[in-house]
Design a protein around this ligand. Structure first.
Ligand code: NAG
Length: 289
């Protein structure tokens, strides 16, 4: 990831997380390596967001830890990201129950110092009271042959998501307002041949176990986002949609009966393509087209 992009993503995270009081000691790590945190003063709400390539998962390991758990210090690792209290991947889409996604260095009787993420994002939270508290975090990236639930590093790119005979749902999340172009969609049950915007005016795809939904919203939990369009037929042609939200998602819902596959391209919306009012109401939803 380029430095400019990393800075852009970090600024975005800071703007979101300052609302939850996490404005200091916030960092974004996109490379492998060893990172040592040394507190110069009490630091009560720190976090580092870690991101890898879409086809990687992240291994985290703590060493040389000098904190005082009995004084209320903590270090916790999380399998995913938490922003504004919302989680990515959504609890609904993650294969582990929420409590198993946290690794707590201070928990007794089973303190944890290693964590392996299920997708290309992970994070670490910590609180230390005494200056000179310190720890080292080793970040390693490992190949993931079947990525499911991905956070894009960049506001433009392309991706192909495949769910081979698995009953699970996978989301590709782009935390920018973007235009998404579906270039290929292949689902088990081919139905008809038209794009159906707005689930409200059509019974939608949820009756057919396999479909793609485009979601828009201003947080990271896909279960809290609004449907922009559903597609439940195979297509090879263009379906494109502008989503003027902070977060745009392509979600593939899979019954496990078929091999489902969706390919898409996305690009950042220009300033003049953004919706004029960005009130967060249902009537005035962030979709622009
Ligand atoms: C996938 O999502 C659909 C619709 O949101 C839901 O009905 C289904 O239970 C989900 N499947 C799994 C395995 O969570």
């Amino acid at each position: 990831m380029s430095l400019a992009l990393r800075a852009q993503l970090l600024l975005f995270l800071i703007s979101l997380s300052s609302r939850m009081g996490l404005s200091r000691c916030l960092d974004m790590l996109a490379t492998d390596g060893f990172f040592t945190f040394v507190a110069s003063r009490p630091q009560l709400a720190c976090a580092a967001f870690i991101i890898a390539e879409p086809s990687e998962v992240i291994s985290l390991e703590l060493s040389d830890v000098s904190i005082d758990c009995s004084a209320g210090d903590f270090i916790k690792m999380f399998d995913g990201w938490v922003l504004k209290g919302e989680k990515f991947p959504s609890s609904r889409d993650h294969q582990l129950p929420l409590h198993q996604r946290y690794t707590d260095y201070c928990s007794s009787p089973a303190p944890g110092s290693t964590s392996r993420s299920s997708q290309n994002v992970a994070m670490i939270f910590f609180r230390v009271h005494s200056p000179d508290s310190r720890f080292t975090l080793a970040v390693k990236k490992l190949h993931n042959p079947f990525p499911c639930n991905i956070m894009s590093q960049s506001p433009e790119g392309s991706f192909t998501m495949v769910i081979p005979h698995q009953r699970r749902n996978c989301s590709f999340s782009i935390i920018y307002p973007v235009e998404i172009r579906l270039t290929e969609l292949s689902l088990g049950q081919a139905k008809s041949n038209e794009l159906s915007p707005q689930r409200q005016v059509w019974s939608g795809c949820s009756g057919s176990g396999d479909y793609v939904e485009l979601l828009g919203g201003n947080g990271v939990d896909t279960s809290q986002m609004f449907p922009v369009a559903d597609l439940c037929f195979s297509l090879s042609g263009l379906a494109q949609m502008k989503i003027g939200c902070d977060n745009s998602v392509v979600r593939l819902v899979s019954s496990g009966n078929y091999i489902n596959r969706v390919s898409f391209q996305y690009r950042l919306l220009e300033h003049n393509e953004l919706p004029k009012t960005r009130e967060n109401s249902l009537d005035n939803f962030c979709s622009v087209e």
